[in-house]
Design a protein. Structure first.
Ligand code: C2O
Ligand code: CU
Ligand code: CU
Length: 427
């Protein structure tokens, strides 16, 4: 598979009568979907026509460290960089790509740079189910129609006051034949907005997470929480009533103990059943694919999420990892290729943080608070784990490729302000 991407300024009409100057991949909001198969070799040339350094990070994919688009590998304005990697068997899933430049990731994503990256398996047990990809982004425009820059408050609690877009559209209407069963790949590409999804009058069946399908479907669920950077695959059987409308919404969700990081409920899109006669729902297999256990851990690490200053108003840089701000010349953790490790991520701050590790998919082992640990209810491959304020999440992980990898909060303002660390994986 080969493709080229151009990251460049582009004028788009979003508000009536006004032109918004965005930064886009190939002039598209969101960028073009990369749709590939396990076993493919991917070669993507990226031309940087932006006025600042960029990179493209292949979020969640097990690419070699030098193809990962980390902040250590900037692509300067005017330059073209070729990224090349293989997609091993077992990687089928819903990923995304976005810039990851030093200190400007939040800015670049909020200007429009993000897109889905879908990997398919030859033996997909849900291949018979029609699918829809929904990439959720946020946009905040000023009165003149321009993307408003990040504020000090954004750098504290994450970018606030954005409107949610689905595939670049505001409140799109999605027409569906009554009774249809669909597979939705939902990606949270917002800076900081937790999506606690619900579809009125309907239940979801969770069939996949960041790294692809679960072992077996989970549900019915009345809501599903998708933290920033996470993805879910949901199977939904739409109402058999013709001519009905239902709203998919992100419900109210608070991510800090003081009420500043509270997101009001917001509608995402409308499901409108057509006037046609209903179709019969599709059956979903009882097992999807094996999600192997990683086996016992041979090493243990503790990552402590900390906060400098007394309150939420300490300003930019107030959230840290192990009390230190990001320094790309420092190595914070060392692991060995092939070692299974348990990482205990302890959140001592007043906010929830979605913690992401590059280079591999991992599994949640348990969650705890106040000394009580509850094992994960089912095995799933994830690359981002939500760690609510005052709790501990233990993940089990194995890195299979050597090199330096980022470990960071995926509230992009936190990442840019220094809530990031370097893991060196040694051969
Ligand atoms: Cu999606 Cu290091 O990021
Ligand atoms: Cu990543
Ligand atoms: Cu954070």
């Amino acid at each position: 598979f080969s493709a080229s991407l151009v990251a460049a300024p582009a004028d788009v009409s979003l508000l009536e009568g006004r032109t918004s100057s965005l930064w886009l991949y190939n002039g598209l909001l969101p960028g073009p979907v990369v749709d590939v198969r396990e076993g493919d070799r991917v070669r993507i040339a990226v031309e940087n026509r932006l006025p600042l350094d960029t990179t493209v990070h292949w979020h969640g994919l097990p690419v070699p460290a030098d193809q990962d688009g980390s902040p250590m590998d900037p692509v300067p304005p005017g330059a073209t960089r070729i990224y090349e990697f293989d997609l091993p068997a077992g990687t089928a899933g819903t990923y995304w790509y976005h810039p990851h430049a030093h200190r400007t990731t939040a800015q670049q994503v909020s200007m429009g740079l993000a897109a889905p990256f879908i990997v398919r398996a030859a033996n997909d047990p849900l291949a018979h189910v029609p699918e829809v990809t929904m990439l959720v982004t946020g946009i905040r425009l000023d009165a003149g129609g321009q993307v408003s820059p990040g504020t000090a408050m954004d750098f504290t609690v994450g970018r606030q006051g954005e409107q949610l877009l689905v595939n670049g559209g505001r409140l799109p209407v999605h027409g569906v034949r009554p009774g249809s069963t669909q597979r939705w790949r939902i990606l949270n590409a917002t800076s900081a907005r937790y999506l606690r999804l619900a579809l009125d009058g309907h239940a979801f069946t969770l069939v996949g997470t960041d790294g692809g399908l679960l072992g077996a479907p989970v549900g019915p669920l009345s809501e599903v929480l998708v933290a920033p950077a996470q993805r879910v695959e949901l199977v939904v059987t739409v109402s058999a009533t013709p001519g009905a409308r239902f709203t998919l919404r992100a419900q109210r969700h608070a991510i800090d103990a003081m009420g500043m990081g509270t997101y009001a409920g917001e509608d995402l899109l409308t499901i409108a059943t057509t006037a046609e006669s209903p179709v019969a729902p599709l059956a979903i297999p009882a097992t999807l694919r094996p999600v192997a256990s990683l086996g016992p851990a041979v090493a243990r690490k503790r990552v402590t999420l900390t906060q400098s200053g007394m309150g939420m108003m300490a300003g930019a840089g107030s959230f840290l990892i192990d009390g230190r701000p990001f320094d790309m010349d420092r190595v914070d953790y060392v692991s060995r290729v092939g070692d299974v490790e348990d990482w205990e991520i302890v959140n001592r701050t007043m906010m929830d943080h979605p913690i992401h590790v590059h280079g591999t998919q991992f599994q949640l082992a348990s969650r705890g608070s106040g000394g009580l640990a509850v094992p994960a209810p089912y095995a799933a491959w994830i690359d981002t784990v939500d760690v609510p304020s005052g709790t501990t999440a233990t993940i089990r992980m194995r890195q299979d490729m050597p090199g330096k990898r980022m470990v960071h909060c995926h509230i992009l303002e936190h990442e840019d302000a220094g809530m990031m660390a370097v893991l060196e994986v040694r051969p």
